[in-house]
Ligand binder design. Structure first.
Ligand code: F6P
Length: 404
């Protein structure tokens, strides 16, 4: 096994919270082992272009001290470039030449499923790398840095929207990132007591959503001494209608990983509800009863969609993500040095570094439908008729319990 003198740190895909903790801890661990740590800028674009660069930023003790773990985004920069898609038959040789130029013997790469697929690819081409899992979408088989930060921000946005929603007696719909998995909408919505959470895992029956909305919204306003109430819906950008068709604007385009950009789910939900409210005599009677009804001007409650977009992954990182990021970055360096490549750090527990083949770690994971049934018992609507919750019971082994 060749001794590694220097490591390169790459962050790739969509940025999010906790990434700077990965960068910082990977560099600090490398320094502690007398290795140099270099930022390879702008994801795989930078890796491909290393041969063209004159210098790289070295994260020595003083420079790494300026990388703030608590800030979201990444000091290393990002791109959505997939190496296998670069139309250059000599791309792997070029990358190896670049790494040799800076005497970099291994890479710590933080990213999601697409980034992970490149980790597998590079490793198969003889470039040693270890994957520190990152994605706000939380759709890997392991926890990924960025998810907790995004979930917390979503909860905060939903809570905040309730003040304006309640003041205007509006139905508030918040459309959130998460791609084809509903984890962030699900957990973020629950964190803010959202009334309804629409996720890609459940094709949405809008009649069910409408009835749930009407019941809760009307009840709240009727029971309020100031006749005020709102109803909140968190809609995952990748949600579908009952026939499984994605509710996304076709004009949104394609990103450079080749994925369709998702946009428009919130607008679709608003239209579906407003159309029903406008023609529902029960809603009209309710408006009259509450003294809200004004002919032509205000005949039905309003709905508004809000799309925070990139805000859900910006700003600051949660402490959970900083902790996980630090462990994942440091563990990735230790794995590299140990000669264990092509793997994803899954956790560090009781001092042990747990990992799995990146090929397995990047298999898309979805929200478990069994969990929805439990929350349906607690009154949350998921755009389907509630399913009976019949849990199994299992005695836990203390060794399996995970606190962080
Ligand atoms: O994969 C992370 C993610 O934030 C998705 O949830 C979202 O669909 C996408 O990235 C947005 O990508 P971009 O930053 O390229 O607009």
């Amino acid at each position: 096994m060749e001794t590694i003198k220097n490591i390169g740190i790459i962050t790739s895909g969509g940025d999010c919270g906790g990434l700077n903790a990965v960068v910082r801890s990977a560099a600090q661990m490398a320094i502690s082992m007398n290795m140099g740590a270099y930022i390879i800028p702008n994801g795989y674009a930078g890796l491909y272009n290393l041969t063209e660069m004159n210098s790289l930023v070295k994260l020595d003790e003083s420079r790494v001290d300026r990388v703030q773990s608590g800030l979201a985004g990444s000091e290393a920069g990002h791109s959505r470039v997939k190496i296998s898609k670069i139309p250059d038959p000599k791309k792997y040789e070029r990358i190896m030449k670049g790494l040799k130029k800076f005497d970099i013997g291994g890479l710590v790469i933080s990213g999601g499923d697409d980034t992970g697929s490149v980790v597998v690819d590079l490793n198969e081409h003889g470039i040693p790398c270890v994957h520190a899992p990152k994605t706000m979408d939380l759709d890997l088989q392991v926890y990924s840095v960025g998810a907790d930060s995004a979930i917390n921000r979503i909860s905060r946005f939903v809570e905040d929207l309730k003040t304006t929603g309640q003041t205007h007696n509006r139905i508030m719909i918040i459309e959130v990132f998460g791609r084809y998995a509903g984890h962030t909408a699900f957990r973020g919505g629950l964190g803010a007591d959202a009334d309804c959470i629409l996720i890609p895992e459940v094709p949405v029956d809008f009649d069910v959503v409408y009835e749930h909305m009407k019941k809760h919204y009307i009840k709240r306003i009727r029971e309020s001494d100031v006749r005020a109430g709102t109803y909140t819906i968190v809609a995952a950008e990748g949600m579908t209608d009952a026939s499984g068709v994605h509710l996304t604007d076709d004009g949104a385009g394609i990103d450079s990983f080749g994925h369709k950009k998702l946009a428009g789910a919130g607008k679709y939900v608003r239209n579906a509800l407003e159309t029903r409210m406008k023609t529902d005599p029960e809603v009209r009677d309710f408006m009259k009863e509450m003294g809200m009804y004004v002919p032509n001007l205000y005949e039905a409650p309003e709905a508004r969609e809000v799309v925070p977009g990139h805000l859900v992954r910006s700003g600051s990182s949660s402490s959970f993500d900083v902790n996980f990021g630090k462990e994942a970055g440091a563990a990735a360096v230790l794995l590299l040095v140990e000669g264990i490549h092509g793997v994803t750090v899954s956790s560090v527990q009781r001092g042990e570094i747990n990992y799995m083949p990146t090929k397995e770690a990047i298999v898309e994971r979805h929200v478990e439908l069994e969990m929805l049934a439990m929350y349906e018992r607690l009154g949350v609507c998921f755009g389907r008729k509630p399913v009976t919750y019949s849990p199994k019971f299992r005695k836990e082994n203390r060794r399996n319990i995970r606190y962080l």
